[in-house]
Write a protein that binds this ligand. Structure first.
Ligand code: SF4
Ligand code: SF4
Length: 173
């Protein structure tokens, strides 16, 4: 499977210097050079296409972002295989968040959509906890960090490595 990607081409005459592509790039491929975005670490590109997806002026040319293919065919009352393929291809990971609160209505829609994810015998036996206050989110971040620190220190210990080796070899049998 393809993992690495070719870096994008930035079209300087079109670039308005908004920095959005630099901010969303997860691999630090892009930086601002003066008031234009520029590819500075092309070999690090993972080909996710986020840069092209956020550019408001179509100044990023990338194989994963083809602007002329980003419009779904109209009318789109049913989902054709081509539309589904395009939706899957244009899916993006969000790593930078704004400060605006997500509305109750949007949250309800997101949770309701998640309900349709496959569950055994369609039990839909999944619960969600929605944290909305910045303090709660910060508390979760701290607890998650502590949890993984504990896991890592356990794995680094001799007994942890020993047990992991046993567990891994059992899985392979
Ligand atoms: S395709 Fe992804 S990794 Fe490559 S430059 Fe664009 S945002 Fe960065
Ligand atoms: S997102 Fe587009 S306009 Fe903004 S800096 Fe990057 S290339 Fe330039």
């Amino acid at each position: 499977m393809k993992r690495k990607g070719n870096p994008p081409n930035i079209l300087p005459p079109k670039c308005i210097g908004c920095k959005l592509c630099v901010e969303v790039c997860p691999s630090f491929v892009l930086e601002m050079r003066g008031d234009k975005a520029s590819v500075v670490r092309g070999a690090w590109c993972i080909g996710c296409g986020h840069c092209g997806a956020v550019c408001p002026v179509e100044a990023v040319l990338h194989e994963a972002t083809s602007y002329d293919k980003m419009m779904l065919p109209e009318p789109c009352s049913t989902l054709s295989p081509e539309s589904l393929q395009l939706l899957i291809r244009e899916r993006r990971s969000v790593r930078i968040y704004g400060r605006e609160e997500v509305s109750e209505e949007s949250l309800q829609k997101i949770l309701d959509a998640g309900r349709y994810a496959p569950t055994g015998t369609n039990s839909q036996n999944v619960n969600y906890i929605v944290l909305r206050s910045p303090d709660q989110i910060e508390e979760l971040r701290k607890r998650t960090t502590r949890f993984y620190e504990k896991i890592f220190s356990w794995v680094r210990s001799g007994i942890g490595r020993f047990l992991l080796t046993i567990m891994a070899s059992r899985k392979l049998v």
